[in-house]
Structure formats: C-alpha cells, structure tokens
Design a protein around this ligand. Structure first.
Ligand code: SF4
Length: 347
C-alpha cells in the first residue's frame, strides 16, 4: 500500500515538474499541454531518466522533436550543429539521438566508440534522402576542380565526397572562405539560392551549383503566407529558415538557422513573431520566452515526430536493430574529414 502511495506521489510530482515546463507550449494549433498530458507522460519520463542514469546515457534532442522529449528527458537540446558538438565531446557510454537518421549517423561518425541509438529508427529526411554518394560523384565529375560543400542534412556517403560540411548557421561564412568563383553546394536547392544571394550581398559573389533536394517543411512557404501574417498581425516580425524559397526569405525580417532564430527572438524588444519554420522550434520559443507571442501558419516534420517517449524508453531498455546506429569505418572516416573541416572553418 505504502509502495503504491509512493509511486503515485512520484508520478504527481513528475507531472507537476513537466507541467511547469510545458504549460506555455502549444500541443497543436488549438490547445496547450495540459496537466493531464503531463500526467500521461510522467511514467515514461521517470523511467527514461532512471535508465539513462543507470546506463550512463546522454539524450540529445533536436528542437523539432516533441516538447515532452525536449524538456522531459533531454540532456541537451538544439539544432544539428549544437548537437553534433555535444555528440563529439560527450563522455557518456550511450548517445540517444532524438532526431532523424543523418543526425544520429553524424553522432556515430564523430564519436565512434559510443553506442548510438535513435528512438525513431531509420527516420528519413526529404533533404538528406534526396541525394546519394553516387549522385555526388557524378556532380563532381561534371565540375572538376570546383570545391564542394554539403549541408549537414546529407547522408554520410554524400559527406564523404565533399570538401567540407556546413550547417545553416555557418554556411555563409564558410562559403566565403573558399576563394573560387564557383562552389558546389548540396543537396538543398533552395538554400543554394539563398547562399548565392547572400554572397552577392556580401560582395563576394560566386556561382553556386546545386542539386534538386528540398526540405518538405520549409519548401511549402509562399510569399502570400508572409503577406497574410503582416495583414492579420500588424507590426509582427517574421522570421524564416534559409531552407525556405528565396522569394519568401526576401520578405522576412530575419532569416537564419534555428540557433540564429533563437538569438533573434531573445535579443529583440518585439513581442510578436511570425514563424516560418517547424512547429518544434515554435514550441521551444513558447517554453523559453513565455512573454512573447508566436504565430505559426503551418509546418510539421513527420520524420522528427517519429521520436516518442515510448520508443525512447524502448531504445534504452531493449533496442530494436533499426534503432542502433552503425556506420562502416571506411565511410565514417571519409565523412568525418568533411565534418572536421567544418569545425576547423567555423572557428
Ligand atoms: S524539417 Fe526538413 S530538413 Fe529537417 S529533418 Fe524534417 S525534412 Fe529534413
């Protein structure tokens, strides 16, 4: 009886902890996280946090994964670059990566001695999956001598064929460090257009050769979405990710990486922001800037949302084969060169 009461008290305490973190966060367009939602999540977050400690595991959650993971169990939360840095430096025995496959693969490449688990299994990404290593080899053969950059949202086999990897936060600065008048940038065609425009704006123009990939979340925004936000919410500041079409980015007040958007909101005196990006980032901003208002028209990454509390617990307790991340050593070594080059150039 006493044990039952103890258990109930622990669950209630955990639900209150979660509710304190999530009560300002939208669950969907029409509702926020409720105490009942937190009570349902509590048995999972308690178990995950216990197993995590027992197994010396660290949980890295991308900002686009669900808020119960991001705030309930993650040790670190952030964008691809921030989490790649954490994966590289962690001393934990196990890395659990609540993200998509290329992110977990990057973690394994950067810290091959660790066991790397991805709760969602082989969760794809329309951008990363748009291009294979063979595609990249063909593209380079068509443009001999042209330096090649790949977005971190690419498969290891593509990274292995490139000179350096980049993220949305460092792509402009790194591209500028190459002195050639042409650059290959893959796989995102829309970000390639934004890159070309930004280099032009900075007075260091380059012809950017790209591929046909795009993010199925960010490629959906249109100039009309920006216009509607401005009409419906006078004075609103509109921010977008550089994976959006250039005609959209040109109309926004700020364009930048996930981390960049966070800093923009944090340092702005404005109170209302239109968010042309994935819902998870909106949730993070709602949690961390409860005094500001975020208007989000649409945009959910179904791949990121495949990570749940249930499969995170499963990965920690008894992982399915597809939750265990392995990368062939030769491929990992070649891909690591381009990732290491990014760390060097991002200094
Ligand atoms: S939001 Fe876009 S780029 Fe990010 S994982 Fe989803 S599909 Fe890929």
């Amino acid at each position: 009886m006493l044990q039952t009461m103890d258990k109930e008290a622990r669950l209630t305490e955990e639900a209150h902890r979660l509710y304190g973190l999530l009560r300002t966060v939208s669950k969907d367009k029409n509702s926020h996280w409720s105490y009942e939602d937190c009570l349902k999540a509590a048995p999972y977050t308690l178990s995950i946090n216990r197993f995590k400690k027992e197994q010396n595991a660290v949980i890295l959650a991308h900002s686009y994964s669900t808020p119960d993971l991001v705030y309930g169990v993650a040790d670190y939360r952030g964008d691809s670059y921030e989490l790649a840095c954490k994966a590289r430096e962690t001393t934990a025995d196990i890395i659990v990566f609540a993200g998509v496959w290329f992110m977990a693969e990057t973690a394994k490449i950067l810290n091959p001695g660790k066991k790397v688990l991805i709760p969602a299994g082989r969760a794809g990404c329309t951008l990363a999956d748009a291009m294979t290593g063979t595609d990249m080899k063909k593209l380079r053969a068509l443009h001999p001598g042209v330096p090649a950059l790949c977005y971190i949202n690419s498969l290891a086999e593509v990274k292995a064929e490139c000179d350096a990897c980049v993220t949305s936060g460092n792509v402009f600065d790194i591209a500028q460090k190459f002195l050639s008048d042409k650059l290959i940038f893959v796989p995102d065609l829309l970000m390639a257009k934004n890159l070309e425009a930004e280099l032009q704006r900075r007075g260091t123009p380059k012809e950017i050769i790209s591929f046909g990939g795009s993010c199925c979340v960010h490629d959906k925004y249109r100039p009309e979405d920006v216009e509607k936000l401005r009409t419906d919410y006078p004075g609103i500041k509109i921010i977008a990710h550089p994976e959006c079409p250039i005609e959209v980015c040109r109309l926004c007040d700020y364009v930048g990486s996930t981390k960049g958007m966070f800093s923009y909101v944090g340092s702005s005196k404005d109170k209302m922001f239109g968010m042309l990006t994935e819902f998870g980032l909106v949730n993070r901003l709602e949690a961390e800037y409860p005094d500001k208002k975020f208007i989000w028209p649409f945009g959910v990454c179904s791949y990121m949302k495949k990570n749940t509390l249930e499969n995170t617990l499963e990965a920690l307790v008894d992982p399915r084969p597809e939750q265990l991340v392995e990368v062939a050593p030769e491929l990992a070594a070649a891909a690591k060169k381009s990732i290491d080059k990014m760390f060097e150039l991002a200094q």
